[in-house]
Design a protein around this ligand. Structure first.
Ligand code: ATP
Ligand code: TZE
Ligand code: MG
Length: 280
């Protein structure tokens, strides 16, 4: 008998949302979705700061509660900034999330991702295609998007095994691969999450937001696995409510309704009933 995700993480599901404190998250991220990310943090009652100049880190890191490193738009300056912040987070014991945006597309991003992994961040995430590439498997991802071909049952089983092998070398890191099914793999176990709607693949920044919200949850006492499972489940349930409401609207309306739910769904205690997922 497999255990449902809400049974495995029962305490976290009961107590996390709405947040009781306002964790401050520094996001070093891409200019495409930076505004959506900052607002998404505010909608769940966290606080964003988008600061990426290494000279600021000594003072900044005394204030922040967590760090998000997103590889979405690399420039020479941002590359230095991501690498410096990753090291700084390890030195100052700040929880950190690495989002491997575009890792399936170029060797340069793959190399930066691997360098950031050496700091043993709490969470390394990407879409299914990015995570396949990162785990050394064949990937059909293009640009920053995941590919349907990488979502088959066989491909997911192969990815689970490859990520499990990575946790042997990186036992303090939880790996998240997002898509129609989301895979969570850590040294403690493997889980599959099944919420969400296909429209989530049709506006940009959904994965970026999941990364930032995960960083916020890491800093309020949740374990790596709890933070990942709670964030993906909550975000995807918000999208399910938005899709049900958006009978006549287009994707822009769906986007707005999804973001709106970030500040609303937490007050409905029964959102947890919507959660689908299980231990593997
Ligand atoms: N077809 C789908 N069905 C259900 N949920 C989905 C689907 N596609 C994506 N999601 C959900 O949307 C969120 C983002 O996942 P996705 O894999 O699209 O990230 P991404 O490619 O990194 O996004 P972006 O690059 O736009 O930030 C996750 O919570 C995931 O579960
Ligand atoms: C479209 C796009 N290009 C670089 S980052 C980004 C946003 C999704 O991560
Ligand atoms: Mg992404």
């Amino acid at each position: 008998m497999t255990q449902s995700i809400t049974e495995v993480f029962a305490d976290a599901f009961k107590t996390t949302f709405p947040l009781k404190s306002s964790p401050l998250v520094d996001c070093i991220t891409n200019p495409v979705t930076i505004e959506s990310m900052a607002n998404a943090l505010l909608y769940i009652d966290a606080k964003p700061v988008m600061a990426d100049l290494p000279e600021e880190f000594p003072k900044l890191f005394t204030q922040i509660d967590a760090l998000l490193l997103n590889l979405g738009h690399i420039s020479p300056e941002r590359k230095d900034s991501l690498l410096a912040a990753g090291r700084y987070a390890a030195e100052t014991h700040k929880p950190a999330v690495v989002d491997l945006v575009g890792v399936a597309a170029t060797q340069l991003r793959y190399d930066i991702g691997q360098q950031l992994l050496q700091n043993h961040p709490n969470v390394v995430k990407g879409n299914i295609s990015e995570m396949r590439r990162f785990a050394g498997l064949k990937s059909t991802g293009r640009g920053v998007d995941g590919s349907q071909l990488d979502q088959s049952a066989t491909a997911l089983a192969e990815l689970t095994k490859a990520l499990q092998e990575l946790t042997e070398r990186f036992p303090n890191t939880t790996f998240l691969a997002t898509g129609e099914t989301d895979l969570v793999v850590s040294a403690k176990g493997q889980w599959r999450l099944e919420n969400g709607v296909p429209q989530l693949d049709r506006f940009t920044g959904t994965g970026d937001i999941v990364g930032a919200l995960t960083a916020a949850l890491l800093s309020i006492g949740l374990s790596n696995d709890e933070a990942v499972v709670l964030t993906v489940s909550y975000f995807n349930c918000c999208a399910e409510v938005a899709a049900a409401q958006n009978t006549a609207g287009g994707i822009a309306s769906f986007r707005e309704k999804t973001l709106d739910q970030l500040s609303l769904l937490a007050d409905q205690a029964d959102w947890v009933q919507m959660v689908k997922g299980e231990a593997l």
